[in-house]
Design a protein around this ligand. Structure first.
Ligand code: A3P
Length: 320
């Protein structure tokens, strides 16, 4: 469970008083901590995770900006890495009865969310974990170990639209919908949970170039476009490549099918279940398509975000 603002430690409450704040998407304000934006109720989990998490060399950590396809990649990672332990053709596979967020838990949003040391005793090696933290804010032990980081990025236009829907869905009072115009203005200024989006993406992009064995940079659109190639790339990066026999038996296709939007979104656990933090599992499955932003953006919005993207990503080698 997340802490309420009243339940935060005095240390956290005092820290919040010193941090820059802006209008939030879900709560009245979000705060700039270490250069990224975070909701107050999440701050204690972030700090606890930074101070206490001890990475193991064999850990695999999935890193994303919110709404870039985390749920999808969690499912692919889990099924891929555990395919010896949980054979994929079995009806009793854990993916069919658990939401991917329960199979690959968030560090700061779940395991450390109440500020206490979590119990890792039920994890088997390699531990599959996830985070939205920017590279510079990762727990030091992650940076100093051989822990592998899988980074997933998505076109900022679709990420924005997905985030706008998600935040409206999470609002308890659905009548009080965030105006798209106001949220878009904030997003373009970099004010979005774990944002600025560009800083998050660029930092991991640079790391993936400098340390290709440590950080794998994946794109949502590329997985949609070339799923087999990208899944094989992921398997090789994680040092669990597909054997010729597996390829011949259709294992790659089967994993993609199991983790497809069509399959996951129809499972009972994902239509009626809830996360321990209270969110309904179904809000993680909306459309799962590329280019939905075209159904929402005005010409002015397109021009404005194009300009920001051009400014922020020019010279990086990344194109959106
Ligand atoms: P849309 O809102 O554009 O539909 P996250 O998992 O990071 O919260 O991202 C959620 C986005 O990923 C949503 O995008 C959701 O529909 C999409 N998504 C969820 N499962 C997916 C899957 N199996 N394949 C493709 N996209 C998926």
């Amino acid at each position: 469970k997340y802490l309420s603002e009243d339940e935060l430690s005095d240390e956290c409450k005092n820290l919040l008083l010193t941090l820059p704040k802006e209008r939030g998407w879900l709560v009245s304000h979000i705060y700039n901590y270490q250069g990224f934006w975070i909701a107050p109720r999440l701050l204690q989990g972030v700090i606890a995770c930074q101070q206490q998490f001890q990475a193991q060399d064999s850990d695999i950590i999935l890193v994303t900006t919110p709404k870039s396809g985390t749920t999808w990649l969690k499912s692919l990672l889990f099924v891929l890495v555990n395919r010896a332990k949980y054979p994929i053709f079995q009806q009793t596979h854990p993916l069919f009865i658990n939401n991917p967020h329960d199979l690959v838990p968030f560090l700061e949003l779940k395991l450390y969310s109440d500020g206490r040391v979590p119990d890792f005793s039920s994890f088997t090696s390699p531990r599959l974990l996830s985070t939205h933290l920017p590279f510079a804010s990762l727990p030091k032990s992650v940076q100093h170990s051989t822990t592998k980081l899988v980074y997933l990025c998505r076109n900022p236009r679709d990420t924005f639209i997905s985030l706008w829907h998600f935040s409206n869905n999470l609002k308890l009072d659905h009548t009080d919908v965030n105006s798209m115009e106001e949220m878009f203005h904030l997003f373009c200024k970099g004010v979005a949970i774990y944002g600025p989006f560009w800083n998050h993406v660029l930092d991991y992009w640079k790391q993936s170039i400098e340390k290709p064995n440590k950080v794998l940079f994946l794109m949502y659109e590329e997985i949609k476009d070339q799923p087999k190639i990208q899944l094989k790339r992921l398997a090789e990066f994680l040092e669990c490549p597909f054997s010729i026999e597996e390829e011949n038996c259709g294992v790659v296709d089967e994993i993609l099918k199991m983790c497809s939007f069509q399959n996951l979104s129809k499972l009972e656990v994902n239509t009626n279940g809830k996360l321990s933090s209270g969110e309904e599992n179904k809000i993680f499955f909306r459309r799962g398509e590329v280019g939905d932003w075209k159904n929402y953006f005005t010409v002015e919005m397109s021009e404005k975000l194009n300009h920001v993207i051009q400014q922020k990503f020019q010279g990086s080698g990344l194109r959106f």
